[in-house]
Design a protein around this ligand. Structure first.
Ligand code: G
Ligand code: G
Ligand code: MN
Ligand code: NA
Length: 254
């Protein structure tokens, strides 16, 4: 209850910030994008972890306004970085189920792109499999609507949902993000290693790109590289960083 009340005021009091976790091309070693991850800096409670407030935000519906803020802030930041010569990076934003079902989703994304000037190809929207389950017809329509804007669509936490694989051929998806629970056990559990290799092959057979999440060790990285994974994201390379630190990291790399 305390969280809910404070959450209602957080937007107007400007208490949210985005951190950015680099996404690295495994072939070149270059940072090619970043996932925007929401952080809440409350004046008394301090830094509140997303695990403590995203659920409440979803239940109360506040996630719709918060998500709209995230989308705008991430696109704005990416365009600012491009204007400052940081390169053509792609920013990934997490979309919650409530946002997916909300009216005007497509129009809102179109407006954010127009107002920030960000090229649609520099925005990626992360969806989870659970979004598609309740109403597949609506999902097909919304995904095609988003795709028509020119943005990239990815499936987050891939492999942990309960949906069938049939949607992969029906939905205009660009990227699979291998859930970090599989990556964590790659070098210890032969089943998880097989699952990861299979997801990479599945993605490539469907002409999708594939990114591994939660990469923490060199051994995991080696395995992913050997199996042709396209990109990685994880503490091995960098944790999610405040904007200034992310910018420094990219500049150091150039
Ligand atoms: O950043 P962290 O590792 O603590 O993220 C925890 C969870 O919060 C992840 O599941 C992540 O997807 C979710 N999350 C982080 N930022 C956002 C956001 O902007 N919108 C939504 N819907 N979820 C987010
Ligand atoms: O659910 P989603 O994939 O959007 O959430 C990303 C979450 O994963 C964030 O909370 C982020 O902080 C976390 N994360 C990113 N890299 C790693 C990692 O290498 N190991 C672990 N355990 N978590 C990570
Ligand atoms: Mn994500
Ligand atoms: Na994930």
């Amino acid at each position: 209850v305390r969280i809910e009340g404070a959450l209602r005021n957080a937007l107007e009091r400007d208490e949210f910030v985005l951190h950015y976790q680099p996404q690295v091309d495994l072939a070149t070693g270059e940072i090619v994008g970043m996932e925007a991850l929401l952080r809440w800096q409350h004046p008394e409670m301090g830094m509140v972890a997303p695990s403590r407030f995203i659920g409440v935000a979803e239940e109360t519906g506040l996630i719709v306004q918060i998500g709209a803020w995230v989308m705008r802030a991430a696109c704005q930041q990416n365009q600012t970085w491009q204007d400052e010569g940081l390169g053509k990076l792609r920013v990934a934003v997490n979309l919650s189920a409530r946002q997916f079902g909300a009216a005007n989703l497509i129009a809102d994304i179109r407006r954010v792109l127009a107002e920030t000037g960000l090229a649609p190809a520099c925005l990626e929207i992360e969806l989870t499999e659970s979004l598609f389950m309740s109403d597949v017809t609506l999902a097909v329509e919304l995904l095609h609507g988003m795709k028509a804007l020119g943005v990239n669509l990815s499936i987050d936490d891939f492999g942990t949902g309960y949906s069938s694989l049939s949607y992969l051929s029906r939905f205009p998806i660009d990227v699979l993000k291998i859930d970090r629970s599989f990556v964590a056990e790659i070098t210890r559990d032969s089943n998880d290693a097989a699952i990861v290799a299979s997801i990479i092959a599945l993605a490539h057979n469907l002409k999708l790109a594939v990114i591994a999440e939660g990469v923490e060790t060199e051994e995991q990285l080696d395995y992913l590289r050997r199996h042709g994974c396209d990109e990685m994201q994880g503490y091995y390379f960098s944790r999610p960083l405040p904007a200034e630190e992310f910018e420094q990291l990219v500049r150091q790399q150039r």
